[in-house]
Design a binder for this molecule. Structure first.
Ligand code: PHE
Length: 451
């Protein structure tokens, strides 16, 4: 099996895979979500827990998940069926693939709404320019999310964009787009960091907020959020990197590529934090302002700096593209499954899964305005879906992936895929067998109040 190819095609090179997988990892999670949840959870200590989770849980699971994809060479659901047969394990493991498919669609339903905000801000940047005044910038944002029509419109547009890329398959638009976008995004973030440095005192306040840990600021739920975010930002636990791994040519090192991807993802998140918190403090904003944080801070920077008009446009355009390279990986597992099992064309599979996801997204858009009083377990639809997927489904999915790779698969098959020196293999095996699953388990126990 090790030499078979996916029916959906393969990445044209190792570099193309790294770009695509980095595109999946780097997205709204880094630039929109990381800053606002860090702000809500008190800063430094939260960042430290998140970084520890990336290292001890995220990277070993990323290696496990990619390895399973490349060995199975199909959509996550069918990959799990094949791999459990190969290992002589019960076939109910394929439900893990189903959980991932559902998680991916639920994440995309709200991801698309937020990507829609970024898209709307491109137009705000072009036509209005941004005001240099924090109060005005906040008012613009509040007016915007109060409008169901606008949110649904931009959400719809983003879903159409996602599905039109997915229709074309893995190589088509995707590979090319990422090659240019990722480096430019990085350049702009560095520019924003440079701007943040010009805020003087506030710059150091921002850095202190991000990097000096105060553990009294965090509780069990904050730790769960940090762990959930490690999964979310690396794109783990739902089959996205598994399906990308299934298009990975044999012979490419899974361990090395995983380290690059996790490294790039972490750098982008930290840069975003370093760019944003100085602005928060310089303008007397609340770090815990929630999902609107970047939309209430970055425009101020663009409003103030020379050339800000152009940079503002460029930044939000790139943010939309960063979101797009993630959104396609969220929906690819179900599309691949529909093609494999139902014999649909990619176009039909994309339209069907896209419409279903879009419909859920409409309820998310409304949860910011018309339906903001409607709650599930005390959370708005947006908050509920975010909590359910990032804090519960992804860690549970990741836990099962680690267990499957380390305990169920035959050692010789795993070794054949990973193809690394013995010591490195033993390290991975130890992390995937014990450390990662135990850590996820302990965090859950703690949140449940058992510990
Ligand atoms: N990693 C993406 C981000 O940070 C989101 C994502 C989650 C992508 C899960 C794939 C799977 O924006």
């Amino acid at each position: 099996m090790a030499n078979t190819k996916s029916i959906h095609g393969e990445w044209s090179s190792r570099f193309a895979y790294i770009l695509a997988a980095t595109g999946s990892a780097v997205g709204l999670g880094n630039i929109w979500k990381f800053p606002y949840i860090t702000g809500e959870n008190g800063g430094g200590a939260f960042v430290l827990v998140y970084l520890a989770c990336v290292l001890a849980i995220g990277i070993p699971i990323m290696i496990a998940e990619t390895m399973m994809g490349r060995r199975g060479r199909q959509s996550p659901i069918n990959t799990l069926t094949t791999l459990s047969a190969e290992a002589g394990a019960h076939k109910s493991w394929h439900y893990l693939g189903w959980m991932g498919v559902i998680a991916g669609m639920l994440i995309l339903s709200y991801y698309s709404v937020i990507a829609g905000w970024a898209n709307a801000y491109v137009f705000k940047a072009i036509f209005g320019g941004f005001s240099a005044d924090a109060v005005e910038v906040k008012a613009t944002f509040d007016d915007f999310i109060a409008s169901p029509m606008q949110l649904v419109f931009w959400h719809t547009l983003f879903m159409i964009a996602t599905m039109s890329v997915v229709m074309r398959g893995v190589k088509g638009g995707l590979e090319k787009a990422v090659q240019l976008l990722m480096p430019t995004l990085l350049g702009l973030l560095i520019l924003l960091v440079a701007y943040a440095m010009s805020t003087g005192e506030a710059y150091f306040q921002g850095l202190a907020f991000l990097f000096s840990p105060d553990f009294s600021e965090i509780d069990g739920d904050a730790i769960l959020t940090a762990m959930g975010h490690a999964f979310f930002t690396l794109g783990l636990g739902m089959g996205a990197i598994m399906v990308y791994g299934s298009y990975l040519p044999s012979g490419v090192s899974i361990v090395k590529t995983s380290l690059y991807i996790a490294g790039a993802d972490t750098i982008v998140a930290l840069l975003a934090g370093i760019a944003i918190f100085p602005l928060v403090f310089a303008n007397g904003l609340e770090p815990g302002s929630g999902p609107g944080l970047i939309f209430q801070t970055l425009p101020i920077a663009f409003g103030n700096m020379t050339g800000g008009w152009l940079f503002g446009i460029l930044f939000f355009v790139l943010l939309v593209f960063a979101a797009l390279t993630s959104s396609i990986s969220l929906i690819e597992p179900v599309v691949a499954w529909l093609v494999e099992n139902k014999g649909y064309s990619r176009v039909k599979a994309s339209v069907m899964s896209g419409v279903a996801t879009w419909a859920v997204g409409v309820t998310v858009a409304l949860s910011f305005n018309e339906w903001s009083d409607f709650t599930i377990f005390g959370k708005t639809i947006f908050n509920f879906l975010d909590y359910l997927t990032a804090n519960l489904m992804l860690p549970i999915g990741g836990f099962c992936i680690a267990v499957f790779a380390a305990w169920i698969m035959h050692d010789k098959h795993v070794r054949a895929e990973l193809d690394i020196p013995e010591q490195q293999y033993m390290l991975w095996k130890y992390l995937a067998s014990y450390v990662a699953p135990a850590a996820v388990f302990l965090v859950f126990l703690q949140v449940l109040g058992v510990l």
